[in-house]
Design a protein around this ligand. Sequence first.
Ligand SMILES: [Zn+2]
Length: 350
Amino acid sequence: MLIKEVIQYLESIAPPQYQESYDNAGLIVGNANWEITGALVCLDSTEDIVEEAIDKGCNLIIAHHPIVFKGLKRFNGKNYIERTVIKAIKADVAIYAIHTNLDNMYDNGVNAMIAKRLGLKKTRLLAPKSLLKKLYAFIPVKSIDKVRNSLFEAGAGHAIAKNVSYTGIGAGTKNVTGEAVAKLEVSFTVDLQYKITSLLENTLSKSIISYDIVAIENSLATVGSGMIGKLPTAMTNLQFLSFLKEKMNTTCIKHTAFLDKEIKKVAVCGGSGGFLLPYAIRQGADIFITADYKYHEFFDADGQIIIADIGHYESEQFTNELLYGLLKQKFRNFATQITEHNTNPVQYFF
Ligand SMILES: [Zn+2]
């Protein structure tokens, strides 16, 4: 089996187009056409992880964080990034990162995993993304079924429910065929735009008169940042922090002042989620759980919410189990393993 089959599966769960602009998710080292010998799942692909992959006979590392974010100009091994990449290339070990594209998924994403561990109910994305486009295609009436079915097959019309389209029949002022014209409206997610325009320009070019594609502001309920949900039963502030500590396996929580109310509505964002604080406040969360808060940013809680910083690694550590579970369920012809290393660079002294 080839590495690309594993990548295709992972990208069906978290399409790479949904990663943030600063990100570098995808295949960073190696060749997708290599035969896979085993996969090692981790949060950070460090030198130790490459070493572990070699020892375990895995030629694919699946990491949450990309080891390379910016262009590398030298390969002298002067820092851990260069050394990790050099080691992986020398040993024919591929490194694949599934990062903010996985953060942004409602299903099977990083935040869904946190929400599940905390037992949150009625979850929804804190900041859903606007990733929809609409196609207006003008089609001779006789070709409408053919065009509609081809678009559905290409993935259009499934953003909200299955096979959704609208057709209106009217008269065009410049209808080259001289026949009645149908206007077909169908939405699709931005990642499909190239596929759809190629279809319209090539296979369907003789079956349509013209088309327009426009961006729409509606947001998707399935792609976006952070998550908010409700606890089955309200807890006192202290009860909740103990519960959080246990469920997220963390030794230390930095938090702002308690509010004079119980905790029921909980907002979460694995990793550096500080930018979502206004969304959490607006949606009435009692507490916002994330990581990487700086001193001054804690003031932004401003008596409206509790900010709880549980640590970056701690907030994302169960992503390993998430990826392991997905791969194990899908593939039985190679071994997937979770790293035995704790790659958290932050240590605590009590
Ligand atoms: Zn992270």
